[in-house]
Structure formats: structure tokens, C-alpha cells
Write a protein that binds this ligand. Structure first.
Ligand SMILES: N[C@@H](CCC(=O)N[C@@H](CS)C(=O)NCC(=O)O)C(=O)O
Length: 221
């Protein structure tokens, strides 16, 4: 059975779990990282020498880096659906997955850390505003792209929607100001109708570090 190492509230682990769920894979989530520990063992270093999450073991094959894992799972188990057959569609999917990693992920996740993951009395309004501004600068590109198609790589849901869709849930559920991005909002609404998204991405994450930690710990019980 596929084994996923990570914790279900981690921004990089969520898209891997969501991918496995979209593909209907039977998987075991080995809770690791954060309060669950396990990353500093010799056994884990064999799987991921970075000692980070997520990692997977598929039989005797181990892999790390969330977007590489998503591509691997989609190619192996979702060829022709989540992993587009057409080489150009697949390249466009890849392009937007990389864009998520290089452009969209950081400002949104940093805004998440500056709010939910920081004690209310230690929050820095200027820093929050900076991340809010950076996200608002970057996301209109995706909004313009989504004007003419339902999903990131065309008119069907593919692997390209997964990293960005994970970031979108964070973006729309933290206490920041957002510009109107009607095409992203429409795409995000379609994701919210997907059962696997509801189950693995749309997790209430609280609004303080304490709440966040309690929710994550409870997920391991
Ligand atoms: N580029 C890596 C980043 C991995 C990463 O930053 N993982 C974080 C969690 S989101 C981690 O392992 N942190 C240590 C921990 O959770 O204990 C990926 O996409 O997989």
C-alpha cells in the first residue's frame, strides 16, 4: 500500500494526500513532522535525506518533494485523467505547478504564518500587509488565465489544479484583505464541490497557533 509521510495540516503534505484521494488510492498516512516527530531517525533519512515532509513509499520506491510526488502519482495512477495525455496540455499543467511553487505559494503561506501561526499579540500588521500585497500582485496572472477555461490546464481537472487549489484554500480562509479575482473565485468554488477537496483541503485550521496545534494533534488520535 502507498505510504505517505507527513501531517494532514501541512501546506506541502495536503496536496499529496488530496492527489492520492482524487486518484482513489488506498494509502496509509504515517504521521510525521511537527509534533509527530520521526524526521530525525536514520530510517527516515533513507527515505528523505532532507528530513522534511512529505515523502512517499510506493512499494520499494521512495520519493520526496511534493510536486514531484504529485506528478509521479498522477502519471502512474492517473494517466489520461489527472496526468494529461497530450504533451502540450501536460507541459501547461507542469508550468502552472512550477508557477505555484515559485510565485503563488510563498506570499500566501507567509500570510498564513503571519496570521494563524503567530500569536495574536505578536502579529505584525506591516508584515501581514506585505504578504497580502505580494499575493495580490501575483494572483491576477492566474485570474486572467482562468478567464477562458474552467481549470488550470484546460476544461478538465488535472494535477495542475492541486498545488494551486491547496494554496487557494489558505488564501480564502485567513484574515487578510483580498482583491476581487472573479475567475479564481469561480474555479475555487468548483474545487469546493469536490469531495476529496472537502475532506483533505477544507480543514478548519483555527485562527491561532494554539488552535492550529490542537487540531493537528487531534488529527493523529
Ligand atoms: N519543497 C518541499 C518543501 C517541504 C517542506 O517545507 N516541508 C515542511 C512542512 S510544510 C517540513 O518538512 N517541515 C518540518 C516539519 O514539518 O517538521 C516540498 O514541496 O515537498
Amino acid at each position: 500500500m502507498l505510504k505517505i509521510w507527513g501531517r494532514p495540516y501541512s501546506s506541502n503534505v495536503i496536496p499529496v494526500i488530496w492527489t492520492a484521494a482524487e486518484l482513489g488510492l488506498d494509502y496509509h498516512l504515517e504521521l510525521a513532522g511537527g509534533s509527530f516527530g520521526k524526521l530525525d531517525t536514520d530510517d527516515y533519512a533513507q527515505i528523505n535525506p532532507n528530513r522534511m515532509i512529505p515523502s512517499i513509499q510506493d512499494g520499494d520506491f521512495a520519493l520526496w518533494e511534493s510536486r514531484a510526488i504529485i506528478r509521479y502519482l498522477c502519471e502512474r495512477y492517473g494517466a489520461g485523467s489527472l496526468y494529461p495525455d497530450d504533451i502540450k496540455t501536460r507541459a501547461i499543467a507542469d508550468q502552472w505547478m512550477e508557477w505555484c511553487g515559485t510565485r503563488a505559494f510563498a506570499p500566501v503561506i507567509q500570510a498564513f504564518f503571519a496570521t494563524v501561526r503567530t500569536e495574536p499579540d505578536q502579529r505584525d500588521p506591516a508584515l501581514i500587509k506585505k504578504h497580502q500585497h505580494d499575493a495580490a500582485e501575483v494572483l491576477p496572472l492566474l485570474d486572467a488565465h482562468l478567464k477562458h477555461q474552467r481549470y488550470v490546464a484546460g476544461d478538465t481537472f488535472t494535477m495542475a489544479d492541486i498545488p494551486l487549489g491547496t494554496v487557494a484554500y489558505r488564501y480564502y480562509n485567513i484574515d487578510i484583505e483580498r482583491p476581487s479575482l472573479p475567475n479564481i473565485e469561480a474555479w475555487y468554488a468548483t474545487l469546493c464541490d469536490r469531495p476529496a477537496y472537502q475532506q483533505h483541503v477544507m480543514r478548519f485550521f483555527g485562527s491561532t497557533p494554539e488552535q492550529w496545534k490542537a487540531l493537528e494533534l487531534a488529527s493523529g488520535r
